[in-house]
Write a new protein. Structure first.
Lengths: 410, 111
């Protein structure tokens, strides 16, 4: 069988079929087309300004590695005049994060970009290993996701950088659209599709330059450029990537590859139809979007949409049903204050406030991260306290008493 | 011995797992595999046969559905035949040739 020739150059052997239009392209043309499309997205949305300092949320995984490679290429090719650096979050998961952080360190050298790593340990006083030790493997993704969302912002603030780009791709956005549709969450639907989301808490804005890039093409781009990326499953949620929304998207893609971008486009069109009073704050773009970023734990390190969220949503939905039939309110572990803020029934404008503790954007008085931390700190096991206290050893009973006294004082 | 190139000689190929799939195969990316020239029914081995072969002989993880679903690769797993998307080569009907490299890439793992 004679090899299929490239649709573009009509010379080289085609190696990929583009999901969005079924064009068959050779390696070189594919790489160029992929990069050009990201460039067009960036230019079309005025994503950056000359001289802007950009932190690339880097996990060592495929999406953020491709993002870093493409950003570097485009910045040089089209002379954006951007100052790029890599920002990584260390969740503190031994045996998982260590390896991927090594990848990020190699990336920093390969792309000649400065790298900053901020850890959950230093930001929150808890590493994920410690969280899991306390809460168990079930539900730990919630913590990871909530913490990660803030961590990128806090890391960027520390670097005095106002713009973080993340590797969210079209599949991620399609997944978010589907989930928000399924739960009838119009405010989030309208906010989740936009390419730029301001956090409101700080001056840090987030954007996703790969928003229109298929995950499939991202993986193939990494493959054909032989990029150095790391893929593994988070050791705490080995099953997480089977999330229903993700599976649905992948199944749809198999039947009709254009589905993914179609869903993204539909999401954008529907977002435009959402009335301003439902959308949340209108005139400023500071719509609390940082909070809306999917709380992806689960092996998706750069805050990608996840499966954890889907599971949480399912849990929430079924809990709501039970609550209705029993006329009781079901309190979900680790998310008690959530029930109130879930706009499942009444569509109300969400007022965006700042957390009284940490000043991060929050629709509640106290943000989710601080609430989770409260829970963790309240139940901090005595062993962990002993480790935390640097004094010479006292009896653990005494320490427990001290801890109790401290708690009742707050 | 035999005229046809796919005749009596076994077919050595290289199989690679990346994007997280290697975890299901003893954490080894590259595997050398030798396939029989002919299957029991006389047909040459194709990708469809290879999938079953890999699950039966190479896979060390119990979770088959991370790789195979409904007798094909799980949606989200890409197959490259000599670096080209398998759709360009006839998907699971592609008949393997000596020296082929088949790459399986998962897009499903964390990014």
């Amino acid at each position: 069988m004679a090899p299929t020739l490239c649709f573009n150059c009509k010379e080289a052997r085609a190696v990929i079929i583009r999901p969005k239009n079924r064009h068959k392209l050779c390696r070189a043309c594919f790489i160029e087309v992929f990069e050009t499309e990201v460039h067009e997205t960036i230019i079309g949305t005025n994503l950056f300004f000359r001289g802007e300092r950009i932190a690339i949320g880097a996990s060592g995984g495929k999406d953020s590695t491709v993002l870093a490679a493409v950003m570097k290429t485009l910045n040089e090719r089209y002379d954006y005049g951007l100052e790029l650096c890599l920002l990584s979050i260390d969740e503190g998961i031994r045996g998982y994060r260590d390896d991927s952080l090594e990848t990020v360190k190699r990336n920093a050298k390969q792309y000649d970009m400065p790298l900053v790593i901020v850890g959950y340990g230093e930001l929150y006083g808890w590493t994920m290993d410690q969280v899991v030790e306390q809460v168990g493997k079930k539900g730990n993704c919630t913590y990871c996701g909530v913490f990660r969302r803030q961590a990128l912002d806090r890391g960027a603030t520390r670097l005095k950088i106002n713009h973080v780009v993340t590797g969210h791709n079209a599949d991620d956005v399609a997944e978010t659209v589907m989930m928000n549709l399924l739960r009838g969450d119009l405010p989030r639907l309208s906010r989740g599709t936009s390419i730029v989301t301001d956090s409101g808490a700080s001056d840090v804005k987030r954007s996703k330059p790969l928003k229109y890039a298929y995950e499939k093409e991202i993986v193939l781009y990494a493959h054909h450029r032989q990029l150095d990326y790391f893929s593994t499953e988070c050791i705490y949620s080995p099953e997480a990537f089977r999330g229903s929304a993700r599976t649905l998207i992948k199944d749809l893609e198999k039947i009709r590859p254009s589905s993914i971008l179609d869903i993204v486009k539909s999401g954008e069109d529907m977002a435009a139809l959402v009335p301003a009073e439902v959308r949340g704050t209108t005139k400023s773009k500071k719509s609390g979007a940082a909070e809306d970023e999917p709380s992806g734990g689960c092996g998706s390190q750069n805050g990608r949409t996840s499966v954890g969220e889907m599971a949480a949503m399912e849990q929430q939905l079924s809990a709501n049903e039970v609550a209705e039939s029993n006329e009781t309110e079901i309190k979900l572990p680790a998310a008690q204050p959530k029930a109130k803020s879930q706009p499942t029934k009444v569509l109300k404008a969400q007022t965006i406030k700042h957390c009284e503790r940490c000043n991060y954007i929050s629709s509640q008085r106290i943000c989710k991260a601080c609430l989770l931390l409260d829970g963790l700190n309240r139940n901090r096991p005595k062993t962990a306290i002993e480790v935390g206290i640097e004094d010479e050893e006292g009896s653990s009973t005494l320490m427990r008493q001290m801890e109790r006294a401290h708690l009742s004082a707050t | 011995m035999v005229e046809s190139s796919t005749g009596g000689y076994p077919i050595p190929i290289t199989v690679e797992f990346t994007g997280g799939l290697e975890l299901l195969f003893g954490n080894e990316r590259k595997h050398k595999v030798v396939l029989p020239a002919q299957l029991e029914d006389g047909s040459p081995p194709n990708i469809s046969y290879l999938l079953g072969y890999l699950v039966d002989n190479l896979m060390q993880d119990q979770r088959k559905d991370m790789f195979i679903m409904e007798d094909s690769v799980r949606p989200g797993v890409l197959v490259l035949i000599n670096d080209a998307d398998w759709e360009l080569e006839g998907e699971d009907a592609y008949e393997l040739q000596a020296g082929d490299t088949i790459v399986f890439v998962s897009t499903l793992h964390g990014g």
